[in-house]
Design a protein around this ligand. Structure first.
Ligand SMILES: [Mg+2]
Length: 246
């Protein structure tokens, strides 16, 4: 029986559409100011932001700075000076993804509380492994209901700049054959679990808005012998025997 379950956080346990929504608002602002089509602005941001991610990792100001960079580049293409007020507005739109009030309002995805409580009642150990700007990810755990299960006392979570197999293995004390890893992305979660030698459970969010950014491949690439795909987190409860016993 696989008694240790590690969860990804964003879009697995809590919703995170803040980035996609902020990009929408940003593209609207820049279309209004400079007249470029919104999709072009969004694509340009994705490209610049990916480059910045490669260079500096999940730095707190990366997403917002990429917005300012897009605006400045487009201004320079037009041969005009960038307006400080628009730069500030772009930056603030980017930083709005860390709005704690919004985190509190959105809280858990459907079925999460019931599933976590069920696993604990069955005697399973639960863990959380999250990547991003470390301080912000920790804060997200503190201000949402996740704090009930994942906290300093339980020492069962890890926030890192970029998830690596070594982090996953540290959480489960190297007990690979006894563990599962649950996440919503093929690129960030399924491949991580496979590289660590831990059973991957893949629960994609329907119409995920952040898939383009992460360059998610088609699900055809999934090795269905190795990867369990579920429709919703509650299936972990409904099908728990089948899922955790193999
Ligand atoms: Mg995720």
């Amino acid at each position: 029986m696989r008694l240790k379950t590690v969860f990804d956080m964003d879009n697995t346990l809590i919703p995170n559409e803040y980035y996609a929504n902020a990009k929408d608002e940003f593209s609207e602002l820049i279309e209004r100011k400079l007249g470029f089509p919104r999709q072009k602005i969004i694509d340009m941001h994705t490209e610049i932001d990916r480059e910045n991610l490669k260079k500096n990792g999940f730095h707190e100001e990366r997403f917002a700075s990429s917005m300012v960079q897009v605006y400045e580049t487009l201004c320079s293409n037009l041969g005009i000076l960038a307006d400080d007020c628009v730069k500030k507005e772009s930056y603030e739109l980017g930083m709005s993804v860390f709005d704690e009030e919004a985190w509190r309002r959105n809280d858990l995805l459907p079925g999460v509380e019931e599933t976590l409580e069920f696993l604990l009642a069955k005697g399973y150990s639960i863990y959380l492994l999250s990547e991003g700007a470390v301080k912000k990810q920790k804060r997200k755990i503190e201000v949402t209901s996740l704090n009930k299960w994942f906290n300093e006392d339980n020492k069962n979570y890890l926030c890192v700049n970029e998830k690596k197999p070594v982090h996953l293995l540290a959480l489960i004390n190297d007990e690979k054959s006894n563990s599962c890893y649950v996440g919503d992305k093929i690129t960030r979660d399924v491949s991580l679990a496979l590289n660590a030698g831990v059973k991957p459970i893949y629960i994609p969010r329907e119409n995920a808005k952040d898939s383009a950014f992460f360059g998610e491949p088609s699900e055809d690439v999934l090795d269905t012998e190795k990867v369990v795909k579920l429709k919703s987190i509650i299936d972990l409860k409904i099908d728990y025997y089948k899922i955790f016993s193999s």
